[in-house]
Design a protein around this ligand. Structure first.
Ligand code: 5GP
Ligand code: ZN
Length: 136
């Protein structure tokens, strides 16, 4: 897609440190790594968010993520896999990408899962009922 920075990286219009490439996926180092080896894995086709992907493309992307994860786990002590959708969730680049963040013992990297107010059981139960109707 025109004006998409990751499409430009896929098309090699913008340089990147590519660590893996196949027909459907490209993986390159993040320009602002939060840890050594912070990698982004993207589908070559433009999808803004994960829910817009079709199964075939998602399966192909998953294959690349799995392959790269196995490689990272040979070099690191652990791995965080993260993927953000929409601004509220921290998505800055509107082209689906998975963050593969290698973890090293005592690496000093931390992210917290904190929320201002705890989720209530009522809220969780209401969500449970609603989401099930979309997954039948
Ligand atoms: P998001 O916040 O959308 O989940 O993550 C976007 C990521 O893309 C950020 O970690 C950011 O550092 C990375 N990024 C943004 N622009 C570029 C770029 O031009 N090249 C590379 N390699 N990474 C980028
Ligand atoms: Zn794109």
């Amino acid at each position: 897609m025109k004006d998409c920075i990751f499409c430009k990286i896929v098309n090699k219009e913008i340089p990147s440190k590519i660590i893996y490439e196949d027909e459907h996926a490209l993986a390159f180092l993040d320009i602002e790594p939060v840890n050594v080896g912070h990698t982004l894995v993207v589908p070559k086709k433009h999808f803004e968010t994960i829910d817009k992907m079709d199964k075939e493309e998602y399966d192909k992307l998953s294959e690349a993520i799995l392959k790269i994860s196995k490689g990272i786990m040979c070099l690191a002590d652990g791995l965080n896999v993260m993927q953000n959708n929409k601004e509220i969730a921290g998505q800055a680049v509107p082209h689906v990408h998975f963050h593969l963040i290698p973890r090293y013992n005592d690496d000093g990297y931390r992210f917290d899962w904190k929320k201002d107010e705890d989720v209530t059981e009522k809220e969780n139960n209401e969500f449970l009922e609603k989401i099930k109707s979309f997954l039948k």
